[in-house]
Design a protein around this ligand. Structure first.
Ligand code: NDP
Ligand code: A1CAB
Length: 296
C-alpha cells in the first residue's frame, strides 16, 4: 500500500453521483487527507446535497461540468445506465491528464477511454459497502493509458475504506460477483441464521446478535489462523455430533451449488450490462440500444 500523499499534493476531487458508493469513496478520500474544501460532490436532488454538505463539509453541486472543472481526480459513481450521458456532459470540461475513477459495475476502462479526451487516465474500481465502516474491499485496475502513479494515488485514496487489492481488469466481473455483491449474500446468510434461531425459540435480538458475532468471529479466525475454511469447518464438526447433522442438510439443500450458480449469475449480469450499454459514442447509455431500462 502506498502512503497517503502529502495534503498539498492532492488534486481537487470531484465525485459525480454521490449516492451510496459515491459517499463511501468521498468518506475514504477525506480519511486519506483530502480537505473538505478540495472536494465537490454532485447530486441530482438538493436535499441529498444538503445532507452531504452537513455530514462532510464538502462542496456540493448539481452541475457536473462545473464540478470537474479544475478537478484532478473525477470519480464516476452513477448507475451504469447513466454513465454514457454523464461522460458526454463532462467531456469538454476535463483537463488533460485527469484521473477518472469508475466504481461502475461492468463497464470496462475502454468504455471510458473511448468517451473521454485522449490522454485521460482511467482507473476501474470495484468497492463494496462495508467500506463505509472501513471494512471494505476495493479491487483496482488500470486502463491502457493509466500511469502507476495514478493507480497509487487512487489506492491511497481508498485505503481508509479497507483492503485495497490490484487485479487484472479481465477479473473485474468476477470480483464484482464475489466481493462487490458479497455483502448482500452475507447479510442474507446472517438474516437466515437469525431466522432459524427464532424458529428454535430465541428472541430476535439474541438470534441476530449471535448470528452476527458468529459470522464476524469465523471471518476473523480465518484471517488470523490462515487455515483453509474446510479445515476450520472440520474442527467444528465432532464425529456423530450436531454440526455434521446440520451440514448434511445444507448439502442436501444444494447450498454450495447455489452459491456457485449465484456468483455465475452475478458475473453474467455484469457482462450483460456492459454489452447492453457499450454502444458507439454518440449513442451512449440507454439511448437507442433497444434495451432501455435493462441497464440498472
Ligand atoms: N451499492 C453497491 O454495493 C455498489 C455499487 N457499485 C456501483 O456504484 C455505482 C452507484 O451505485 P449506488 O451508489 O449503489 O447507487 P445510488 O443510486 O445510491 O447512487 C447513484 C447516485 O447518482 C446520482 N445521479 C444519477 N445521475 C446523476 C447525474 N447525472 N449527476 C449527478 N448525480 C447523479 C443519483 O441521484 P438520485 O438519488 O437522484 O437518483 C444517486 O444519488 C453503480 O454504478 C454501481 O454499479 C459498485 C460496487 C458496489
Ligand atoms: O448490484 C449491483 O449492481 C452493484 C454492483 C456490485 C454491488 N452492487
Amino acid at each position: 500500500m502506498t502512503d497517503t500523499p502529502a495534503r498539498q499534493l492532492l488534486p481537487r476531487l470531484a465525485v459525480l453521483g454521490t449516492g451510496v458508493m459515491g459517499e463511501t469513496v468521498l468518506t475514504a478520500a477525506l480519511g486519506a487527507g483530502w480537505a473538505p474544501d478540495d472536494v465537490v460532490a454532485t447530486v441530482r436532488r438538493p436535499e441529498r446535497g444538503r445532507e452531504l454538505a452537513e455530514r462532510h463539509g464538502v462542496d456540493v453541486s448539481q452541475d457536473n461540468v462545473a464540478a470537474v472543472t479544475g478537478a484532478g481526480v473525477v470519480v464516476v459513481a452513477v448507475k451504469p445506465k447513466d454513465v454514457g450521458a454523464l461522460l458526454d456532459e463532462i467531456h469538454d470540461a476535463l483537463a488533460a491528464g485527469t484521473v477518472v475513477v469508475s466504481v461502475v459495475v461492468g463497464l470496462a476502462t475502454t468504455f471510458f477511454e473511448r468517451r473521454l479526451p485522449a490522454g485521460s487516465s482511467v482507473v476501474r474500481v470495484m468497492p463494496n459497502t462495508p467500506s463505509v465502516v472501513g471494512a471494505g474491499v476495493s479491487a483496482v485496475s488500470g486502463g491502457s493509458g493509466t500511469h502507476e502513479r495514478d493507480l497509487a494515488l487512487v489506492e491511497a485514496m481508498l485505503a481508509p475504506a479497507g483492503l485495497v487489492v490490484r487485479v487484472a481488469e479481465k477479473d473485474q466481473d468476477a470480483v464484482a460477483a464475489l466481493s462487490g455483491s458479497g455483502p448482500a449474500y452475507t447479510f442474507y446468510v446472517i438474516d437466515a441464521l437469525a431466522e432459524a434461531g427464532v424458529l428454535l425459540g430465541l428472541t430476535r435480538a439474541t438470534a441476530l446478535e449471535l448470528a452476527t458475532a458468529t459470522v464476524q468471529g469465523a471471518a476473523t479466525m480465518l484471517r488470523e489462523t490462515g487455515e483453509h475454511p474446510a479445515v476450520l469447518r472440520e474442527r467444528v464438526s465432532s464425529p456423530g455430533g450436531t454440526t455434521v447433522a446440520a451440514l448434511r442438510r445444507l448439502d442436501a439443500g444444494g447450498v454450495r451449488a447455489a452459491f456457485l450458480d449465484a456468483l455465475e449469475a452475478a458475473r453474467d449480469r455484469s457482462v450483460e450490462l456492459a454489452a447492453t450499454l457499450d454502444v458507439p459514442p454518440g449513442r451512449a447509455g440507454s439511448e437507442g440500444t433497444g434495451h432501455e431500462g435493462t441497464g440498472r
